[in-house]
Design a protein. Structure first.
Length: 135
């Protein structure tokens, strides 16, 4: 790894001259912050070191309906409001959209129509998991 001397910056410069530190990052693509004259941290310019594929937020790679099934199976009556279901799925990182955002409650509601054997859309935007023994 080639390191330019002007990329070695004392850690205290972050507080005293933040703009200078980031100008070096812009110029060289990285800065190495020194604490007690030893490398402690590296600040990298995103487009210099990451492509979009390697920087994607990862999830458990579940499909949305699988995540819905997990959360609903753990609720008392297997029923939740679509927005609460979306929040719980997101908080537990069971499913994330490709851009890393949570699924919108309308997406949750629409998924019920794709899997009528698994979910029932109830009035008031509630989603119910159909249990296997109900059939």
């Amino acid at each position: 790894m080639n390191i330019k001397l002007d990329s070695l910056i004392p850690f205290d410069d972050l507080q005293s001259d933040l703009q200078h530190v980031f100008s070096i990052v812009e110029k060289n693509g990285k800065v190495i912050l020194l604490k007690n004259n030893k490398p402690a941290y590296v600040i990298l310019k995103h487009d210099s070191y990451f492509d979009d594929a390697s920087f994607r937020i990862s999830s458990n790679n579940l499909k949305l309906h699988e995540a819905m099934k997990i959360v609903l199976s753990e609720t008392g009556n297997h029923t939740l409001h679509a927005s609460k279901l979306a929040d719980e799925i997101f908080e537990r990182r069971l499913y994330l959209k490709k851009n890393g955002e949570k699924a919108h409650y309308t997406q949750i509601r629409a998924r019920c129509g794709h899997y009528p054997e698994l979910f029932q859309a109830l009035p008031g935007n509630y989603i119910k998991l159909i249990e296997a023994n109900e059939e």
